[in-house]
Design a protein around this ligand. Structure first.
Ligand code: SF4
Ligand code: SF4
Length: 344
């Protein structure tokens, strides 16, 4: 950590800091909802639950909601009135986002902000700051290190907070983050605090499996869909789509019209490559007719097509699909089996 880019926030000042943020920003942060830990919009600084572990949902929901209106219309007496959804100008902060989720936003930025920018995402993103929270105790399902990230990675964050016990070391990771650190309740960091933050980062990383999954995998991925390996890997998959909905990088969507007699709206909703209707064409033909083709698509998109097309992997190792799959289909095991298979 570079001393000039790290400052200290004492925990007793955190609540007041969040209250200040709430005056000027929409703030999303981890909150408890029943038994769930969710990243959700907060109204009060006291709503925030900064506990070990990641939220059930990922940070993508704040920028790419599960359901989003594009426009609404009313047709009356031969006239059609269209109301386009207002472009978001409100500034927002995603507070306490884990490093895997912050890194996932970089992929969404490339997809939605690329050659053909998506105004609904891009507008929200322009007004968004990401305040990441380093993982001091990564869970056994996390494998961010194998995916090129790390429990204290600042990739995708504007500020990264590292828990030092009674205070946070706050690292600036972007120009906007650096500007933010110049004001507010921050104090200068001492040599000992910098060393402590470094040590915490090393310990967190050393508690994880450092093996890179990528190299052997790439050589063996191009197996045709009729390869028996795919059938064996995917026979237990239910096609429920949980893995894609919770994934911080999955971004497929559908556009639907919801119409009543004279009014209606066009909405964008999440879709999933694991659903049977996802690729069914109007003729009734489906180029991916079974779970085997659909599961292969998910793996190929993340570990072959995105690395080739965008130089980014479509997985940040958050482990949500590992813990939430109802049939315990562990993507790490899938990748290991593909990596260990004979090269073709
Ligand atoms: S969560 Fe599991 S069962 Fe559901 S689609 Fe994903 S891999 Fe298949
Ligand atoms: S594929 Fe699974 S482990 Fe990887 S980012 Fe998506 S949900 Fe997380």
């Amino acid at each position: 950590m570079i001393r000039e880019e790290v400052r200290i926030l004492r925990k007793e000042r955190l609540e007041a800091f969040l209250r200040d943020l709430l005056r000027d920003y929409r703030v999303f942060a981890p909150v408890r909802k029943g038994e769930l830990l969710l990243l959700d919009r907060i109204d009060s600084a006291t709503d925030v639950a900064l506990v070990d572990g990641k939220t059930k949902n990922s940070a993508k929901e704040a920028l790419f909601p599960q359901r989003e209106r594009i426009f609404a219309y009313r047709a009356e007496e031969g006239k059609v009135e269209v109301q386009v959804a207002p472009r978001t100008e409100e500034k927002q902060i995603l507070f306490g986002v884990r490093p895997c989720d912050a890194r996932g936003l970089l992929l969404l930025d490339a997809v939605f902000g690329g050659d053909c920018p998506d105004p609904y995402y891009v507008d929200k993103r322009a007004g968004t700051l990401v305040f990441g929270m380093a993982c001091v105790n990564p869970s056994p399902s996390c494998f961010c290190l194998s995916m090129g990230g790390g429990p204290c990675s600042a990739d995708g964050s504007d500020l990264l907070l590292v828990d030092l016990g009674d205070r946070y070391a706050v690292e600036a990771a972007s120009v906007r983050g650096r500007a933010f650190l110049q004001e507010g309740p921050f104090e200068n960091a001492g040599v000992e605090e910098l060393a402590q933050a470094e040590e915490i980062g090393k310990e967190a990383a050393s508690s994880m499996d450092p093996a890179s999954i990528g190299e052997a995998l790439e050589k063996r991925l191009e197996r045709p869909v009729d390869d028996l390996l795919w059938a064996g890997l995917t026979e237990s998959c239910l096609g429920c789509g949980v893995c894609t909905y919770l994934c911080p990088t999955c971004h497929c969507f559908d556009i639907c019209d919801e119409a009543a007699s004279t009014t209606g709206e066009r909405i964008r909703i999440w879709d999933s490559c694991q659903f049977p209707l996802f690729t069914r064409e109007a003729s009734g033909y489906d180029p991916r007719p079974s779970g085997k083709e659909r599961f292969r698509q998910r793996i190929m998109h993340k570990f072959s097509y995105l690395p080739k097309g965008r130089n980014m992997t479509g997985c940040v190792g958050c482990g949500r699909c590992v813990t939430e799959c109802p049939v315990n289909l562990d993507i790490r095991e899938v990748l290991k089996k593909i990596s260990q298979a004979e090269a073709r």
